[in-house]
Design a protein around this ligand. Structure first.
Ligand code: RIB
Length: 309
């Protein structure tokens, strides 16, 4: 049986400029190319989970416009259940302006648009979808009160919660206490723990602080520096999988989606994280968000090729 995952989150159209380097303030420069690619942390994580073999339902909003219709179609083509993806009149679909330099680094600016309209009422309407899931997946590109309500509903029904608190913002202990798995990068970990993450030692200190704030398990993703898993029993470190970096966009989203599927399938946190690392590594070898998220077969092939090497 496929695990069922409900995602509450954002949908964006990514307007991607590939550029030799990041422009300086006040500078105009020529880039290499422009691409329009479906994205949004919520939608990317939903696609990652679907491509790893889960039955995925999505709760979110797009505008009644071309970007919205295109994004919706992309999600539908992945087999994602969209009865709670609202189409909102008079508001634009979310947009992300993304610069990707030759080293694969990115800078992103968001215009939330319809993502900002996801309300607690919409979450209430989707409560059966949340309650029926084995796992709820949320990020912070939709209003915090709707994320809080979704997590409450999940916990009332015994549904496990994965929170990726991106973009970073302050969160209460009451909320963190309801989170089974918190997946943070260095910036998010620092904001929520008050500890600057600069190396493995500070990563462990920050993760311990997050456990003290009520989180069940902390996964601190550090890109090329690997992932640190911290639970009450202690920390485990998983090194990164080495690949040629083209674009890191959506690597974190792929990790989150793949990890969620692993957990929903009954894998240990360590094994789910290892598989998610391989999925995320494949993502950085391609340009864009949903264009770069691998399918299950590609991840399995990559894992066995890496073990054989
Ligand atoms: O995590 C990558 C995503 O962040 C992009 O797809 C962009 O839409 C922003 O939400």
């Amino acid at each position: 049986m496929k695990p069922r995952i409900t995602v509450v989150g954002s949908v964006n159209m990514d307007l991607v400029f590939r550029t030799p380097r990041m422009p300086a303030v006040g500078e105009t420069m020529h880039g290499h190319e422009f691409r329009q690619i479906p994205g949004g942390k919520g939608a990317n994580q939903a696609v990652a989970a679907a491509r790893q073999g889960a039955d995925v339902a999505f709760v979110g909003a797009v505008g009644n416009d071309g970007f919205g219709a295109f994004s919706r179609n992309c999600l539908a083509n992945e087999g994602i259940e969209l009865s709670h993806l609202a189409i909102v009149d008079g508001v634009a679909t979310g947009v992300a302006g993304i610069l990707v330099d030759d080293a694969g680094n990115n800078s992103i600016v968001l215009a939330a648009g319809a993502n900002a309209t996801v309300s607690t009422m919409q979450i209430e309407a989707a409560s059966a979808s949340i309650a029926a899931a084995s796992l709820l997946l949320c990020q912070l590109e939709t209003p915090l009160e709707s994320v809080v309500r979704a997590i409450e509903i999940a916990r009332q029904h015994g549904v496990q919660v994965v929170l990726n608190p991106a973009p970073a913002q302050d969160l209460s202990n009451a909320l963190l206490n309801q989170v089974n798995y918190l997946i943070v990068n260095e910036t998010e970990a620092a904001q929520l723990s008050g500890v600057a993450v600069t190396d493995q030692g500070s990563a462990e200190t920050a993760s311990q602080k997050l456990l003290q704030r009520g989180v069940g398990t902390v996964l601190l993703t550090m890109g090329e520096h690997g992932v640190l898993i911290t639970e009450s029993s202690g920390s485990q470190y998983i090194p990164a999988v080495k690949v040629k970096v083209v674009d890191t966009t959506a690597a974190g989203d792929t990790f989150v989606g793949a990890f969620a599927v692993g957990i929903a399938n009954g894998l240990s946190v360590f094994n789910a994280s290892c598989e998610a690392q391989f999925a995320a590594a494949l993502t950085v070898t391609q340009l864009g968000a949903q264009t770069s998220i691998p399918h299950r077969a590609d991840v399995l092939e990559f894992m066995s090729a890496s073990k054989a090497a």
